[in-house]
Design a protein around this ligand. Sequence first.
Ligand code: SAM
Length: 174
Amino acid sequence: PADLQMEAAMPEPTRLERLLFRLEAQHRCLGWAFREIGNRPGIVFEMGLGHGRTYDHLRSYLPGRDIYVFDREVDCFADCTPPADRLLLGDIGDRLAAAAARFAGQVVLAHSDLGSYGEAHNTAMSALVSRLLPPALAPGAIVLSDLPLDLAGAQSLPLPAGTREDRYFVYRNG
Ligand code: SAM
């Protein structure tokens, strides 16, 4: 039958499709998180400014929220540069430890996007964010991450319906 031939000919997702699915998952998780936090008070942590794509998304959909942005460098689109007083430049280990003490219990949404192609780097980032972020989180805070985390007091949640890629991670603080 024709449909069986189609199925047999269906290749594994290509690198292009995997990137598409990953960005789609990131976009869906962010949209879901915006609805989840609603009008609850609290600040936002964006960990990993990169080119500023997700920071641009956060500031557009969460106008009026204080968004603190972490990165070791500013290498973003010029129009995505955070205000100087919201930019926590330097190694995430130092900056997150200080920010978690400064903003203890105030973060209602944290987005962590610190991964790279290096396995050792990713393992170190997972461990570091898992250890340092929890004191900053408000009750019920949402955490989205490109890397798996082990956050004391938080539960892992399934990805929003319709995501075709499972390499994004969602948590809710208890
Ligand atoms: N969210 C960004 C976007 O949408 O454009 C992409 C972030 S990119 C995947 C990861 C970022 O994490 C890089 O800009 C890198 O400099 C930053 N980063 C990685 N390790 C870090 C560390 N130890 N301290 C601070 N920043 C780090």
